[in-house]
Design a protein around this ligand. Structure first.
Ligand code: SF4
Ligand code: SF4
Length: 412
């Protein structure tokens, strides 16, 4: 059993952490440079990685950089974004600038919600479709985020595979008995490697309404149960309180060797005590395992689905806490990012540390560097607000409303 845990904050440190992880698990990489490699980040919502919600572009870039430098030619980033965005026709992959990152590295992007389905069996004999590409690939690399999850406790390697389900119709079939279904899915799809984004994690009311926490870690390994147990401990949780892990243990997927490994793993100075993902009433009332099936029966009716798709009722659901995401239709339009030299602190380098492409920021902004993918990470972390935004923030204004101050504070 083996888990690599690397401290990393800047782009350079993230690149080194990823190099180290591939060095340790080099045996999982295919020998043919034409082998199909699928990267599965967590891009479930349009909130960028600095909120703690989605996989950091710096981690995806580091993995792509390594794979391209090693000579792999057939790389795809695949994700089936969460049902609400899919239903509202919002392109999360594009909003998070993953398409532009993929273009920069010359790799493909694939929306798993549009893939052919392979039907597998979930709880109570329910059959739901999983993206065929997840089975067909030669090397599957899971790139989850560490975040709390109010229904199952934590979302890391195991939960991230739920994005492999095709479309809303299949995702919603598996929502009841969620923890058991996550394990069912993991018994069918087994990624070759997991590289975990523990850079900016999420605590509190995750997966979408929690608070970002600067953990500064990248983890790697091949055993998702062990990795999720390690992440639970990093968060200061008993792994048995994470519902997926408790189901896994009851099915014999976690055994004495896992527990022994965890007990003896030196995590001195790494453990943080995450705020627990406690949902407010009425979400906690409805999502209790005893009552959830009744709520899901109502939610899956045509009338409720129609109501939920209206802006007014959808916003009410968001305000009540019954819905975690706020589906804003308006796109962001960036004319340019501006640089106010008078506010910049010489020697700071924060913006460069957070640029996924490793551009020399802020100078890259002067004259609009063509390689810039407009991810806004530099804009979001600058402690002096020396980087400005010219354009229409669109959906991004909601992220700024919730997270602007906290993002700048935790990245100080
Ligand atoms: S983060 Fe802001 S203050 Fe720091 S170097 Fe960049 S522009 Fe200057
Ligand atoms: S310069 Fe800023 S906006 Fe452009 S890619 Fe780098 S961090 Fe993103």
């Amino acid at each position: 059993m083996c888990v690599e845990i690397r401290k990393a904050v800047s782009v350079q440190e993230i690149n080194n952490a990823v190099l180290n992880i591939f060095g340790k698990f080099v045996h999982v990489l295919p020998t043919s440079k034409d082998a199909r490699i699928l990267l599965k980040p967590n891009l479930n919502a349009n909130m960028n990685a600095l909120t703690g919600n989605t996989t950091d572009l710096r981690l995806i870039a580091a993995v792509l950089r390594f794979l391209k430098d090693t000579g792999y030619r057939n790389i795809t980033i695949g994700e089936g974004t969460n049902s609400g965005y899919y239903r509202n026709d919002i392109n999360v992959i594009s909003r998070l600038k993953v398409d532009r990152l993929a273009h920069y590295f010359g790799v493909s992007i694939f929306d798993l919600n549009q893939d052919h389905s392979r039907f597998i069996t979930f709880e109570n004999g329910i059959r739901a479709g999983v993206a065929e590409s997840c089975f067909e690939t030669d090397c599957f690399i899971n790139l989850p985020k560490i975040k709390t999850h109010f229904e199952i406790g934590m979302s890391v390697c195991l939960k991230n595979l739920m994005g492999c389900l095709v479309g809303q119709e299949n995702k919603k079939k598996t929502h009841q008995d969620l923890a058991k279904n996550i394990i069912n899915l993991n018994q069918q799809i087994q990624p070759h490697l997991h590289i975990i984004d523990g850079l900016i994690a999420m605590e509190g009311l995750g997966p979408t309404r929690g608070v970002p926490l600067n953990l500064g870690l990248v983890l790697g390994g091949t055993d998702p149960y062990l990795l999720d147990m390690v992440c639970a401990r990093l968060a200061g949780f008993d792994y048995r309180d994470v519902r997926t892990l408790s189901v896994a243990e009851s099915r014999g997927l976690i055994g004495p060797a896992h527990i022994h490994f965890l007990k003896n793993l030196d995590m001195d100075g790494l453990v943080r005590h995450f705020k627990k993902p406690k949902a407010h009433f009425p979400a906690s009332f409805i999502h209790s395992p005893k009552r959830q099936k009744y709520f899901l029966a109502i939610r899956n009716t045509a009338l409720f689905s129609w109501l939920a798709s209206t802006q007014f009722f959808g916003h009410l659901l968001f305000l009540s806490g019954l819905r975690q995401d706020n589906f804003i239709q308006k796109e962001m339009m960036v004319n340019r990012l501006t640089f106010h030299a008078d506010r910049c602190v010489p020697g700071c380098c924060k913006c460069s540390d957070y640029c996924p492409l490793g551009l020399k920021v802020p100078s890259a902004l002067v004259g609009k560097n063509p390689d810039c993918i407009e991810c806004l990470y530099c804009f979001l972390v600058c402690p002096e607000r020396a980087i400005g935004f010219d354009g229409d923030l669109g959906f991004m204004s909601e992220q700024l409303r919730q997270y602007d101050n906290i993002t700048r504070k935790i990245t100080e």
